[in-house]
Design a protein around this ligand. Structure first.
Ligand SMILES: [Zn+2]
Ligand SMILES: [Zn+2]
Length: 389
């Protein structure tokens, strides 16, 4: 079965929602405008239940099939938040809020899930319950975790959960997935060196925290190249370094920070341990003090085996066997759908966004041509997981 015909009929309507959402972006949990649009539409569709403020500003909708003998409950999730980026392109639907922009396509994700909600509420051609999850704060605010912490899975009896992300550079009408780790776990580190400042011309009176910091940054490069098994993966990137204010003063303090991305628990623990050992050892060698702060970010997004095969089969049903890549390589970006996958079995899939600018780029725009594909995928997830017979 290709793209669902009834959903293809909604293409223009869903595109209009997508563009309205694009024009009114909200950051992190401040997605009230988008959540209000979602609630309005869900009411219009006549879904069975709408619960607001799950995980602060999240919305959950329940759609019951025309039968409920199976007792099955399938969760489908979209994210609603935008990014603090100034939109570059002069699109007709350009962001109305300077400095906020849907540069990750969450406007498209929300609109496509709404499109499926409209279809499912109208047809109800399944045996069970579809739970549509609209979450805030994917971009660093752990909104997915907030919804889980609010007891979402138990409250709505969700048994399996599915997520989707658009992928620039992959043709529209293609999907990619893999079982196991698909996206990285993220951690942040902040290293502060408390040393001894001095006159720049009398370095022997201090211990130069800048020199110590640069040695640490260099030594940290050996974690991935010398400690991580070459067949495993990790990223350790220093993204900022701050110290000093004058040409003739060696400062008292230096600080740098950055991110760690890993695909499994053991590698993650080892990398974080090495950060401590290396920085403490170097600080000691030069007689400085070091403070190491580690902040745990999103867990690894790890797809469950059976649900991955199921999601791939549904995607193949929508776009054809040859257009679903089952061997997608893991991506070192993070994704907070990972929290939902820690609570319930499920799968996260990538969907082609065509030849657009990359995610988080100021010239990015979600590709509306992909809408029928994404909405059909969602409708088919519900109808296939809970066949009406
Ligand atoms: Zn993003
Ligand atoms: Zn995203």
């Amino acid at each position: 079965m290709p793209v669902n015909n009834r959903i293809a009929d909604f293409h223009d309507e869903i595109t209009e929602w997508r563009r309205t959402i694009h024009q009114h972006p909200g950051l992190l949990y401040d997605v009230e405008e988008t959540a209000a649009l979602v609630v309005d539409k869900l009411k219009e569709f006549g879904v069975d239940e709408i619960v607001e403020n799950v995980g602060r500003t999240g919305v959950v909708a329940v759609i019951k099939g025309r039968k409920n003998d199976s007792g099955k409950v399938i969760g489908m999730r979209a994210d609603m938040d935008a990014l603090p980026i100034v939109e570059k392109r002069d699109l007709p639907h350009k962001s109305k809020y300077e400095g906020k922009m849907h540069a990750c396509g969450h406007d498209g994700h929300t609109a496509m899930l709404l499109g499926a909600a409209k279809y499912l509420a109208e047809t109800r051609n399944f045996d069970g319950t579809a739970v549509m999850i609209f979450q805030p704060a994917e971009e660093g605010g752990a909104g997915g975790k907030a919804m889980c912490d609010d007891g979402m899975m138990e409250r709505f009896g969700v048994q399996e959960v599915y997520g989707l992300h658009n992928m620039p550079g992959m043709p529209v009408g293609e999907f990619a997935i893999r079982p196991g780790p698909l996206m990285a776990g993220t951690d942040e580190f902040t290293i502060t060196i408390e040393g001894q400042g001095a006159h720049a011309a009398q370095p022997h009176n201090g211990n130069d925290p800048i020199m110590i910091a640069t040695q640490m940054v260099q030594a940290l490069q050996t974690v991935v190249s010398r400690n991580v098994d070459p067949l495993s993966s990790a990223v350790l990137t220093v993204t900022a370094i701050h110290a000093g204010k004058a040409y003739n003063v060696i400062p008292q303090e230096a600080q740098f920070y950055g991110t760690v991305r890993t695909l499994d628990r053991e590698v993650r623990a080892m990398v974080l341990e090495r950060i401590k050992t290396i920085t403490q050892g170097i600080a000691e060698a030069y007689g400085a003090k070091v403070d190491v702060k580690l902040k745990e970010g999103y867990p690894v997004t790890s797809n469950h085996e059976a649900q991955t095969s199921f999601a791939a089969a549904v995607a193949k049903d929508v776009v054809g066997e040859s257009r679903v890549n089952m061997d997608q390589l893991p991506v070192m970006g993070g994704e907070d759908f990972s929290y939902m996958l820690e609570e319930r079995p499920g799968a996260f899939i990538f969907m082609g966004n065509g030849d657009t600018a990359g995610l988080h780029h100021e010239e990015y725009d979600f590709n509306d041509e992909a809408i029928p594909v994404g909405s059909s995928y969602w409708a088919k997830i519900a109808e296939t997981a809970m066949p009406a017979g």
